[in-house]
Design a protein around this ligand. Structure first.
Ligand code: HEC
Length: 89
């Protein structure tokens, strides 16, 4: 009985972690503003044209003076995860 419980727990935990991990970070945390049409912020495609690697994107995100970026600028891990999620290296 204990064995089954721990298997179920592990499954739930690993599911929770996959959804909180890399995959989907951009869609979850950035795409609400960074969407097709570039309003209010450049879409993923536009960002990918401008920034060629993770550190360029993170730097640009931190350098933005737009108040809408305030909430995310202090969270370097989040920015990095989002950049990786976008396909940058
Ligand atoms: C609440 C809306 C909002 C969210 C959420 C948001 N951004 Fe932004 N972001 C903006 C706005 C607005 C700008 C300024 C766009 C401009 O200057 O034209 C911006 C600018 C940027 C820039 C600089 C773009 C440039 O070329 O000047 C980067 C890079 C960026 N954001 C990355 C991200 C990442 C990565 C996330 C998710 C972790 C994110 N943003 C979440 C609204 C948002």
């Amino acid at each position: 009985m204990k064995g089954i419980l721990s298997i179920i727990l592990t499954l739930i935990l690993s599911l929770a972690f996959t959804s909180a991990g890399f995959a989907g970070t951009f869609d979850e945390k950035c795409a609400a503003c960074h969407k097709p049409g570039d309003k209010p912020a450049p879409s993923k495609e536009s960002l990918l044209k401008k920034y060629k690697n993770v550190s360029d994107l993170v730097k640009a995100a931190k350098a933005s003076t737009n108040p809408m970026m305030k909430a995310n600028q202090g969270n370097e891990d989040l920015l990095k995860n989002a950049a990786v999620d976008m396909g940058l290296k």
